[in-house]
Design a protein around this ligand. Sequence first.
Ligand SMILES: CC(C)(COP(=O)(O)OP(=O)(O)OC[C@H]1O[C@@H](n2cnc3c(N)ncnc32)[C@H](O)[C@@H]1OP(=O)(O)O)[C@@H](O)C(=O)NCCC(=O)NCCS
Length: 330
Amino acid sequence: MATAPVSNIDVNVVPLADVKLARLEDLFDRQCDEWFSLLRWDYTGPSRLIRNVAREGELTGFAASVNGDVVGFAFYVIEGSRCSVGDIYVAEAWRGRGVDRRLTLSILEHIEKVPRVRRVESQCLSIGNDGIDELFVSRGFERFNRQYLMINLDSPSQSSRRPQPVSGKARSLPDVVIRPWSDSDFSRAAQVIHASYVGQHDSKINAQYRTEPGCVELMSILTDTLWCGKFLPEKSKTVIDRSSGNLIGVLIASKIANRAGHIGQISIAPAVQGCGLGRRLIEATLGNFRESGFETTSLAVTKENFRALHLYQSCGFRLVHSFPVFFHGW
Ligand SMILES: CC(C)(COP(=O)(O)OP(=O)(O)OC[C@H]1O[C@@H](n2cnc3c(N)ncnc32)[C@H](O)[C@@H]1OP(=O)(O)O)[C@@H](O)C(=O)NCCC(=O)NCCS
């Protein structure tokens, strides 16, 4: 990879389908290294899947090159009327020079010409991008902030709090049992996730939260694919109301690298939120990860989801990476 010149650069943006995978490999490798060092996430599995699609010439998006070297890529996926920006990534040496903006502009100009697309979401982790905010906003997108948080499990438990009903709400702890995930929990868990996000910012950012079928899709991604790490059913948990036998809470845990755990989803049914169940689920899961020799656990949260953010911080999670997310419907 060439060194960045100090003066103006001549960036050439071309469709990814026209670029041979060999010219992208170095960039994909750099991205995996960066994910691991920043997020403690071994991204080689998902990266391999993306490379396979690129190899077939079917990754829809653009590559940016300077003097023949590929220095950035961005891609998107259209499903029905919804388009998700999958990634916008620029090699570290070429950041701060508008390459991310050029790639994003190419994507948006292209998507805007696809008549069936009624909604665009960009939730990628956006490492090192500093030129896309103004572009998304100027094209009518709304923006929220997401935070990637991590807890170091080597240090002694950082939360010694007892679960308590939220003051002012006077909710008492229901009689519950917390047990490991079972496959039969899938449908009811999707219903609880759907109910828990009604009226939340996250359901604006990710349209899947707005419907039960959308939450089923989301659960499938978490439990059947590598995108959020390798699903760990034995560490994932459900909360069961003893009196009714109903599932009223769920936590989905995965492994994203050797000794690195991740919480991909946590939801408590609205009627029993604020009773301390979310805290119990997190603490039980962190305890399981610790017992199994995991060193870290991470998760992502919308900064404006104050309740969840407060919960995670009070359990000992700390900020590792902030990134903007965007959405626009028309
Ligand atoms: C976020 C969520 C998992 C927390 O679970 P919970 O059982 O409701 O939370 P807990 O009762 O364990 O309370 C955890 C903290 O959040 C705060 N909190 C909980 N409910 C609250 C409410 N209704 N209003 C204000 N604060 C609240 C409490 O103050 C508590 O902190 P404290 O112990 O220092 O007082 C749950 O509310 C939920 O499912 N929300 C919708 C889905 C969601 O946002 N998931 C997380 C995505 S990252």
